[in-house]
Write a protein that binds this ligand. Structure first.
Ligand SMILES: Cc1ncc(C[n+]2csc(CCOP(=O)(O)OP(=O)(O)O)c2C)c(N)n1
Length: 304
């Protein structure tokens, strides 16, 4: 969680300095959902990543170094510098490169789960998506197919209340995204997405169920993005009281208090922060020094 938070803040700073091309959607504030979910998965299990996916990728094991290089558009990036922020991922750790088309990853996750079931591989897929995505037709169709075929997929909603500048209450008549699970005949849980232990416990149960042939589960994690939707969004559409309440409930500070209650010491927590800073310093230095992709390889990996 500390790695995700500091990675995102560092990326923001580098972006403002003009060192990162393209656009960025940051996930700071949503660290517990990514970390708790990915901890409940095996390396061989897969995740699908959203447009707000740096934290999801880091939690699954994509290295900060390869992702930083990707954001810089360098050849050493996890996708060879071709994808940038919106397409991070690394199949060697089970992280399918991110799909920026809202809702498009749910059919893909469901399709992967169908393959795993037919081939009897024992693998599970976690499909990350946002609250706004739960209004897309492809998401609903995926939920239904996954349910009727008992597929090994866990649908993980990062409900941060806002889809760009639209509040969830303007687009849903039910109170919670997880209320929709009943329509498809799968379990649905609404949980505190800022509590990594709650996320881990709930997703681990869903993963066990999926792996043992029990079918999919919808897990809705209530969380909040601490920044705007993307780089140029000051998020002034959010009510001050709402922002203040959520910013006061910082998942990292909260878990820090839990850990300091007899589990870890201040010194150990400080070491984590120092190690993360050193890792990020090295990642940025390596990204700056790395070459851009060779223009002669422009047609590599292109279907057509
Ligand atoms: C099909 C499609 N429509 C619109 C967009 C533009 N867009 C990017 S993110 C986003 C909002 C997504 O909201 P949500 O699913 O709640 O995720 P969050 O951004 O809150 O993490 C939109 C409309 C897109 N990428 N794809």
């Amino acid at each position: 969680m500390v790695l995700i938070r500091r990675f995102e803040l560092r990326v923001n700073e580098l972006f403002l300095r003009g060192l990162i091309p393209g656009t960025i959607h940051l996930s700071h504030g949503q660290e517990a959902t990514a970390a708790g979910t990915c901890l409940a998965l095996e390396t061989n299990d897969r995740i699908t990543i959203t447009h707000r996916g740096h934290g999801q990728a880091l939690a699954k094991g994509v290295t900060a170094e390869s992702m930083m290089a990707e954001l810089f558009g360098k050849a050493t990036g996890c996708c060879g510098g071709r994808g940038g922020s919106l397409h991070v991922g690394d199949m060697s750790v089970g992280a399918l490169p991110a799909i920026a088309i809202v809702g498009a990853s749910s059919p893909i996750a469901t399709g992967m789960a169908l393959a795993y079931k037919r081939k009897n591989t024992g693998q599970v897929v976690a499909n990350f998506f946002g609250d706004g995505t739960a209004n897309k037709g492809d998401w609903h169709e995926s939920m239904n197919l996954a349910a009727i075929w008992d597929l090994p997929v866990v649908f993980v909603c990062e409900n941060n209340l806002w889809a760009v500048s639209t509040h969830i209450s303007d687009t849903m008549r039910v109170e919670h995204v997880a209320d929709r699970a009943v329509a498809y005949g799968m379990p649905g849980h609404t949980i505190d997405g800022n509590d990594p232990v709650a996320v881990y416990d709930t997703v681990a149960t869903a993963v066990d169920r999926a792996r043992s042939g029990g079918g999919p589960t919808l897990v809705e994690c209530l969380t909040y993005r601490r920044g705007g939707h993307k780089r140029d969004d000051p998020a002034t559409y959010r009510p001050t009281e709402e922002v203040d309440a959520w910013l006061a409930d910082d998942p990292i500070e909260r878990f820090r208090t839990t850990l300091l209650n007899g589990i870890m010491t201040h010194a150990q927590l400080k070491t984590i922060e120092e190690d993360v800073d050193a890792e990020l310093d090295a990642a940025v230095a390596a990204a700056e020094a790395a070459p851009v992709p060779d223009p002669r390889t422009v047609e590599d990996h292109v279907y057509g």
